[in-house]
Ligand binder design. Structure first.
Ligand code: NDP
Length: 399
């Protein structure tokens, strides 16, 4: 029986909190804290769970985080605030000796550049403190790293080619909306695309490389090459990988809206002066777009995220595809969230559970592919994300 502190009460925080209440045998007390306490209270009220309490905290302030942790005494902290808060929260966990888990890597607010360097730099200090940080334990990053580790453990001697494919075939009925925090999402997808090939990173213009990919139970969808953070850790931890790419689907309408917003300057993170005040255009855009956690109600269709892997086993070439499909309406029915928040929140809860039950053990900072994939995949379906695998499915294979 353990105490969990969840930071962040957005779309993902809602799912993590509700999923923790479904696993009371592990999470005996849950504190949900965020910048706006009302949002925590709304989640707690909809859950109506006696073990879930709420608090206000500014996670950018290490001293506030330390005070909150000391007051509650958690065994683990799940960070589902924004990537900007990763470092102050990691610092507070280090100071108080509490295990840490997140779903997105650190990004400095003033520059749209995400990488693991800043968080990996904590490794020695976490090790000395005898605590564990699990980085990127959502779906992508997260389950995609576990899928790859599982493939390596059970199906390959060497992995050579990895293509992570992420499709949202859902329809929320809005002309334009993002499925998670709009600011973080738009910063991510408007960057240059990047993939890894033969020990080098190859950069391409945003959305310039695309192809049709077939997704199970969905069909073919145009998919665009993006840079995604798990590529950095996967090629580091699985050095036989010769090429690693990430693909995401976008509709023509989404891309047209995005192009217009970019062309008029609304996706910029450079502050501008407006009526005597400094404002960041992208933050203003976030304020006028639908709140991602509100999209769930009429969302229809599925997400499909998986890994296409090619390599060798016993000297013979092999292909392998492992994936999950998640239905927006079913996720809404269960926890009042759309599938993108659901597929992020379930793995975060499950990763925390594995740390607390000793199935994932370590001192220092770890990405999920460094940990045993078996206990994770043994429980992922039970908590709502069934997964499937296809071996030597060459005609489906992304090449
Ligand atoms: P939201 O914007 O819906 O929620 C973020 C929450 O963090 C809000 O409750 C917000 O508070 C809170 N917050 C922001 N700043 C602070 C602060 N200084 N102190 C305390 N709380 C703060 O985001 P999502 O729920 O959509 O996403 C959460 C995280 O999950 C993000 O880091 C995102 O990148 C990640 N993610 C990961 C995915 C994966 O598969 N790995 C997929 C999708 C998302 P307030 O309400 O006051 O704004």
């Amino acid at each position: 029986m353990a105490k969990v502190l969840i930071i962040g009460a957005g779309g993902v925080g809602n799912v993590v909190a509700k999923k923790c209440t479904q696993a009371q045998e592990v999470f005996s007390e849950i504190l949900l804290a965020s910048r706006t306490k009302d949002k925590c209270d709304a989640i707690a009220t909809s859950t109506n769970h006696p073990l879930l309490t709420t608090a206000q905290v500014d996670a950018n302030k290490v001293n506030e985080m330390v005070a909150l942790i000391n007051d509650f005494g958690p065994d683990i902290l799940i960070n589902v605030a924004l990537p900007y808060q990763d470092l102050p929260i990691m610092e507070a966990c280090l100071e108080t000796g509490v295990h840490y888990l997140d779903t997105a890597n650190y990004e400095p607010p003033e520059e749209a550049k995400f990488e693991y360097k800043w968080q990996w730099d904590y490794h020695q200090r976490y090790k000395q403190a005898g605590i564990m940080a699990v980085l990127g334990c959502g779906f992508d990053p997260g389950v995609t790293g576990v899928f790859t580790a599982y493939a390596l453990k059970h199906y390959f001697d060497e992995i050579h080619y990895l293509d992570i494919v992420d499709c949202n075939a859902g329809d929320h009925g809005h002309p334009f909306a993002t499925n998670f925090n709009p600011e973080i999402n738009i910063r991510e997808i408007t960057q240059k695309g990047k993939y890894y090939e033969n020990s080098n990173w190859v950069e391409v213009d945003p959305f310039s490389v695309h192809r049709s990919i077939n997704y199970p139970e969905i069909g073919s969808r145009e998919s665009y090459l993006l840079y995604h953070e798990e590529l950095e850790s996967l090629v580091k931890h699985i050095p036989t990988i010769k090429r690693a790419r990430f693909w995401m689907t976008f509709s023509e309408s989404y891309l047209t809206h995005l192009r217009v917003l970019q062309n008029v300057g609304l996706t910029s993170i450079e502050p501008i002066e407006y009526e005597g005040k400094q404002i960041v255009p992208l933050q203003f855009l976030k304020a006028v777009l639908p709140i991602p956690s509100s999209l769930g109600e009429n969302y229809q269709g599925k997400t499909s995220i998986g890994c296409h892997i090619r390599g060798v086993k016993d000297g013979k070439p092999r292909t392998y595809y492992i994936y999950n499909n998640c239905d927006h309406a079913e996720a809404y029915e269960e926890v009042g969230a759309q599938a993108v928040a659901y597929t992020t929140g379930v793995p975060a809860m499950l990763g925390a559970m594995l740390v607390l039950t000793g199935k994932w053990k370590g001192e220092g900072v770890f990405n999920v592919e460094q940990l045993d994939p078996d206990p994770f995949l043994a429980k992922l379906g039970k908590y709502g994300l069934e997964w499937h695998e296809l071996i030597n499915n060459s005609e489906e294979f992304v090449d």
